[in-house]
Design a binder for this molecule. Structure first.
Ligand SMILES: Cc1cc2nc3c(=O)[nH]c(=O)nc-3n(C[C@H](O)[C@H](O)[C@H](O)COP(=O)(O)OP(=O)(O)OC[C@H]3O[C@@H](n4cnc5c(N)ncnc54)[C@H](O)[C@@H]3O)c2cc1C
Length: 429
């Protein structure tokens, strides 16, 4: 049985571990912290009488890698799959509008959805539909030198179509401003969202906590497949011999004689171990802020709301509490939690007058390095999963999966690593 050491227990490491142990490899996974999951975690909060996630994670119907992973670990049922796609908009004059697909066959469901959306005039609708159709035939490599904003301007998208549609997708998926995010990456994800299948653009929300959706089922799968999981075990040094890893030294022991080593740790952690990837680039990170607000009574009826022209991007309705998400939150993130709380409550009051009086408890969660910023430079020079060291493989949402820094990217990178190891082994037999 071939031995693999996986360093890092986020979703990329868990995905590599799941696929390798499923293929009968002898897997050991080490994680520096006391828990698995990395950027995906949940914690119990007494005042909410509930597990809360470190932030709402939105999955999409086009997340094929994630859906396959959840099927393999028997957790697919944890997702809420809606019948139709809808974006629910809330305006500060308390107006509410819904952009939704209709109950007819694809792609006419989408077409009629846009045509019947009352916020768009005929010019907005035509500009969006024209670009959605054109998308299919665009070679995204031709957009390598453009930002999302520049591309949308070249494509003559109206102001309203940008603010109510393209920006909602871009800021949500790339966690960055359209002024710096890569048009190539945006085009690639739009193709996946709108030109894969009839379910690809549906928003899927986990019904359970992230811990119960991803981490616990993955852990149980690994236990069943005899993988060894070692927590609070940090890789501190890598010893190379020629073009191979000879040893991995942790705070507790030395690992040697492994056939393959998968490093599924963030780019900055790899760098701090003295390993430089090729080409040499620098990643900058963008924060995401989440607020959980427990309410005396909640009159919201939809599962989510997008706030138009607001500091707040999304409200997710959880019954007796709401979850507010602010992406690309660099400006707010450096403020104190108290300041953020008061600013967001004022903003919420503008959209939902009277809500202030109904608030029982607020929790603010800052994730400073939530995702990397996908600038043109980063996307054009993203490191691949392979490198010059024969028995070393890289995984993580930052490796070149052609996807943004997402759950889907992390899981895909782990699955590709596993495949490469399997291929490498069979090529030697
Ligand atoms: C608030 C928030 C909201 C998000 N929203 C979404 C969303 O809506 N949709 C979406 O798809 N994605 C979303 N993401 C992004 C998604 O969570 C990440 O892209 C993904 O979880 C990254 O997984 P990873 O395994 O690549 O990295 P990580 O999760 O960072 O895992 C790396 C692991 O390696 C460990 N490690 C580091 N150094 C060492 C070492 N030396 N030795 C051993 N272990 C080490 C770390 O402790 C960590 O557990 C969001 C992220 C955040 C923070």
């Amino acid at each position: 049985m071939r031995k693999v050491l996986i360093i890092g227990g986020g979703l990329a490491g868990l995905s590599a571990a799941v696929y390798l142990s499923h293929n009968k490899f002898n897997v050991t996974l080490i994680e520096s912290t006391r828990r698995l999951g990395g950027k995906v975690y949940s914690f119990y909060e007494q005042a909410f009488n509930s597990y809360l996630d470190n932030g709402q994670h939105i999955l999409l119907g086009c997340y094929d890698e994630t859906l396959n992973f959840l099927r393999l670990i028997s957790a697919f049922d944890s997702l809420e799959i809606p019948k139709n796609f809808s974006l629910n908009y809330l305006f500060d004059n308390q107006k509410y509008s819904e952009l939704k697909t209709l109950n007819i066959f694809h792609p006419f469901n989408l077409l009629l959805g846009f045509i019947s959306f009352i916020e768009f005039d005929i010019f907005d609708k035509l500009s969006i539909l024209k670009l959605l159709i054109k998308l299919r035939f665009i070679d995204s490599d031709n957009l390598s030198n453009l930002t999302v904003k520049e591309w949308l301007e070249i494509e003559k998208q109206s102001k309203k179509s940008i603010s109510l549609f393209w920006e909602v997708i871009a800021v949500g998926a790339l966690n960055s401003s359209t002024e710096i995010a890569s048009a190539k990456l945006f085009c690639d994800i739009l193709k996946k969202i709108f030109w894969t299948n009839k379910d690809a653009y549906k928003i899927l929300l986990p019904k359970k906590s992230l811990q119960d959706t991803f981490i616990n089922p993955a852990y149980e799968f690994l236990e069943r497949n005899k993988a060894k999981i070692l927590l609070s075990e940090k890789c501190e040094k890598i010893i190379f011999q020629g073009n191979e890893i000879k040893k991995v030294i942790t705070n507790k022991r030395v690992f040697e004689d492994y056939d393959f080593y998968v490093f599924a740790i963030p780019f900055y952690s790899l760098k701090s171990l003295g390993f430089t990837v090729q080409p040499e680039i620098n990643f900058n990170y963008s924060p995401i802020l989440n607020l959980y607000i427990k309410l005396k009574e909640n009159s919201l009826t939809k599962s989510h709301y997008i706030l138009v022209n607001s500091l707040i991007h999304w409200i997710f309705n959880k019954g007796d509490f709401i979850n507010i998400t602010i992406s690309n939150a660099a400006e707010l993130n450096h403020k104190s939690k108290e300041k953020i709380e008061s600013l967001i409550i004022e903003e919420l009051e503008r959209f939902l007058p009277g809500i202030k009086q109904k608030i029982l408890k607020v929790i603010v969660i800052k994730e400073k390095q939530a995702t990397f910023i996908p600038t043109k430079e980063v996307i054009n020079n993203r490191p691949s999963l392979e490198n010059k060291i024969n028995n070393m493989f890289l995984a993580g949402d930052w490796t070149n999966t052609k996807l943004p820094s997402t759950i889907e990217g992390a899981i895909k990178s782990g699955r590709i690593c596993a495949n490469k190891i399997i291929e490498e082994l069979y090529s030697k037999l």
